[in-house]
Design a protein around this ligand. Structure first.
Ligand SMILES: Cc1cc2nc3c(=O)[nH]c(=O)nc-3n(C[C@H](O)[C@H](O)[C@H](O)COP(=O)(O)O)c2cc1C
Length: 152
């Protein structure tokens, strides 16, 4: 069984919904299982227990949300070589991919043991949401595809 964990940050709950949809998608694939934790709900040492680590947060002023950045920085002392991973963000305006691109760069720099095999950027219709159109179903599909890659 391949084990994945999603660590997320969320102020208004939209990024949490995306995390839940990705998790559901992963859990739909036989041979993979996933759970979700908010940044404050897990110790960085516990990351060792997982084959895959997925990190996601809202775009805040064209940067990944600070609590997730701080979590990544704290995790930099943990041995994570050979893990797979993915990054995702949520955004409102024309800032698609901006936070997730910076998040990926931060993961490369601080957690070089993680090989990133996916990224997702999901639109919310206003600062507090709700999520646009079919973003949750796209996230579920992303989870399914991620799990399949993990099992290759
Ligand atoms: C302080 C703050 C700054 C934000 N800055 C941006 C921004 O620069 N670009 C953007 O597209 N969205 C921006 N947003 C909108 C957030 O991305 C949006 O609130 C978030 O995706 C909602 O996710 P959540 O419900 O998980 O908190 C900002 C939101 C907040 C609260």
């Amino acid at each position: 069984m391949k084990k994945a964990i999603i660590i997320y940050e969320s102020v208004y709950g939209n990024t949490r919904k995306i995390a839940e949809a990705i998790c559901k998608g992963i859990n739909e694939v036989e041979g993979a299982e996933c759970l979700i934790r908010k940044t404050g709900e897990i110790h960085t040492d516990d990351l060792c227990d997982y084959d895959a680590i997925i990190l996601g947060c809202p775009n805040h002023n064209q940067e990944p949300a600070l609590n997730l950045v701080k979590f990544i920085d704290r995790a930099s002392i943990v041995h994570l070589k050979g893990k797979f991973g993915a990054a995702f963000d949520t955004y409102t305006g024309g800032n698609k991919d901006v936070a997730v691109t910076k998040l990926e760069a931060r993961i490369h720099e601080k957690l070089p043991g993680i090989e990133l095999i996916g990224s997702l950027s999901s639109k919310v219709t206003g600062r507090k949401g709700p999520l646009a159109g079919d973003e949750e179903s796209k996230a579920l599909d992303f989870g399914v595809k991620f799990a399949r890659k993990l099992l290759e």
